[in-house]
Design a protein around this ligand. Structure first.
Ligand SMILES: Nc1ncnc2c1ncn2[C@@H]1O[C@H](COP(=O)(O)OP(=O)(O)O)[C@@H](O)[C@H]1O
Ligand SMILES: [Mg+2]
Length: 270
């Protein structure tokens, strides 16, 4: 197995995953990326979901990236966040089915052949499941850690636990679990409705002894922000619908700093 090699100029690499699709990984990834950027961090975001690349739509970014003078890809930049995605390639330039070696090659290219410049955080929006992309990632670069997104429903949590086991198996520290679509507040009667149940992700975090990053409500504005390419986090930390993403970004920074401190200690020993 090839040894992972740190990317020069990039301080921390954090993967965002789940067991399941549709639980809000990309939504959390883009809003965390924007929140980190507004909190003064230099941020990049890799769309590692080759079959369902949603980062371009959610980040309002669609240009085909150009090459710099050294044949390195220049990432797109919107809202202060640099992004790369297979969604930026024209349909003729990408296959419909990614064979294992091609998939590995694309992930490697997105990390090593992109001119990211200096970054405090490179976030990786993972595809659903516990598969090949994570293996490619951990073979290519040392990860600071991972964030797991889940809804509080038992089926989603069952898959989130698989993701926890997978990260443990590949020695990636889980920096936090996010409970997404935690509950819905009826705009008419203001009653809180637990559509996917509630609190399960936090309980899972405690049970497996990993940090809990926070819960995000099911809010139409979050879906609209994604669909329109203007994620809610753009409204800033004072906005009630965006505030939780900023609180989660602060907790993530704290946990990532602690993890980076231990990881660099390990590297020194080696
Ligand atoms: N907290 C939320 N409130 C409302 N809609 C949400 C929320 N989180 C995600 N969504 C919507 O749910 C759908 C799936 O989210 P997405 O981020 O694409 O999930 P994944 O990346 O895990 O497949 C998207 O349409 C997104 O806008
Ligand atoms: Mg996604």
């Amino acid at each position: 197995m090839p040894s992972p090699v740190a990317l020069p100029g990039i301080s921390k690499i954090v993967a965002i995953g789940s067991g399941k699709g549709g639980v809000g990984k990309t939504t959390v990834a883009v809003n965390l990326a924007i929140a980190l950027s507004k909190l003064g961090q230099r941020v990049g975001l890799v769309d590692a979901d080759l079959y369902g690349p949603n980062v371009p739509l959610m980040m309002g970014s669609s240009e085909s990236p150009r090459m710099d003078g050294n044949e390195r890809i220049i990432p797109n930049e919107t809202y202060g966040v640099k992004t790369i995605s297979v969604g930026y390639l024209s349909p003729g330039d990408k296959p419909l089915v990614w064979r294992g070696p091609m998939l590995h090659q694309v992930i490697r290219q997105f990390l090593q052949d992109v001119n990211w410049g200096e970054l405090d955080y490179l976030l990786i929006d993972l595809p659903p499941g516990t598969g090949d992309v994570v293996i490619s990632l951990v073979q290519t670069v040392p990860l600071t850690g991972a964030v797991i997104v889940s809804t509080p429903s038992d089926v989603a949590l069952q898959d989130a636990r698989k993701a926890l086991e997978m990260f443990a198996q590949v020695n990636v520290e889980v920096l936090g679990i996010v409970e997404n679509m935690s509950h819905f507040t009826c705009p008419h009667c203001h009653q809180e409705i637990d559509i996917f149940s509630r609190g399960g992700a936090e309980r899972t975090a405690h049970r497996f002894n990993v940090p809990f990053l926070g819960s995000v409500e099911l809010i139409p504005a979050i879906r609209e922000g994604g669909d329109s390419g203007k994620p809610v986090a753009l409204a800033g930390p004072e906005d009630p619908q965006a505030a939780e993403f900023y609180a989660m970004a602060e907790r993530l920074m704290k946990n990532a700093n602690a993890a980076a401190a231990t990881t660099s200690g390990v590297i020194e020993i080696i």
